[in-house]
Design a protein around this ligand. Structure first.
Ligand SMILES: O=C1O[C@H](COP(=O)(O)O)[C@@H](O)[C@H](O)[C@H]1O
Length: 223
């Protein structure tokens, strides 16, 4: 992994958005389409704000989440809501959104349908991940019910996930799909997450799921 430290959050978000835009541009020059896979949660909003206004051929970009919390799209904890409000606006409104949510009671009921939408956009051209202080990334949580399945070499594209640290059921891309990304960026803020990331480097991915995606990742950190 490569570690990039920034003087402040604004600089980090602008710089990261420009790197992502450059990588998407490269992917679009090399092929017909590019895919951008992004986290939800509290960290990526400012990157989305910058990225959404970048001049790119967004009509050839497929955008999807790393994971989703199984709550309605208008719920304040919905990652889809964040994506629609902060990324799929301005110039990026022309991108093709690949859903990780459908309005069924459980993620299991929609799993096959959602996975079918994701398969054509793999491998991911550019992957941005977040990380929790508990070392989860996407919805690969330590202690989660299907973590071993999600970490397996032959894991499905998508899995439902329930974990002690997650207040609602989740749906998540598997480690195999995340590891297959052509470019990987992990964006984290604050001393607690930096310490967690350092610790994760010494642990097994079953204890520290983010460890599964560190090998080829660019880490972006600021206080
Ligand atoms: O629950 C989630 O958490 C992680 C980290 O979120 P943050 O609020 O600590 O930035 C996020 O990457 C993931 O997509 C989300 O569902």
């Amino acid at each position: 992994m490569n570690f990039h430290e920034y003087p402040d959050r604004e600089m980090m978000m602008i710089d990261l958005a420009n790197q992502i835009a450059g990588e998407l541009g490269e992917a679009l020059r090399a092929g017909d389409r590019a895919s951008l896979c992004v986290p939800g949660g509290t960290t990526p909003g400012p990157v989305f704000d910058v990225l959404s206004d970048v001049a790119l051929d967004w009509g050839r970009v497929d955008v999807l989440l790393n994971d989703e919390r199984w709550v309605p799209e208008d719920h304040e904890r919905s990652n889809t809501r964040l994506l629609r409000q902060r990324l799929l606006v301005n110039r990026a409104a022309a991108a093709n959104y690949v859903p990780l949510f459908a309005p069924t009671d459980t993620p299991e009921e929609s799993m096959d349908l959602l996975a079918k939408g994701i398969e054509p956009v793999l491998p991911l051209s550019v992957l941005i991940l977040g990380m929790g202080a508990d070392m989860h990334t996407a919805s690969l949580f330590p202690g989660a019910d299907k973590l071993a399945e999600a970490m397996a070499e032959d894991a499905p594209v998508l899995l439902p996930m329930r974990a002690p640290g997650a207040p609602e059921p989740r749906i998540t891309l598997s480690a195999r799909v995340l590891q297959g990304a052509l470019k990987t960026h992990i964006v984290i803020i604050g001393a607690e997450k930096r310490a967690a990331l350092e610790k994760a480097r010494t642990l097994d991915p079953m204890e520290a799921p983010v460890a599964a995606v560190l090998d080829n990742a660019e880490i972006h950190w600021t206080e």
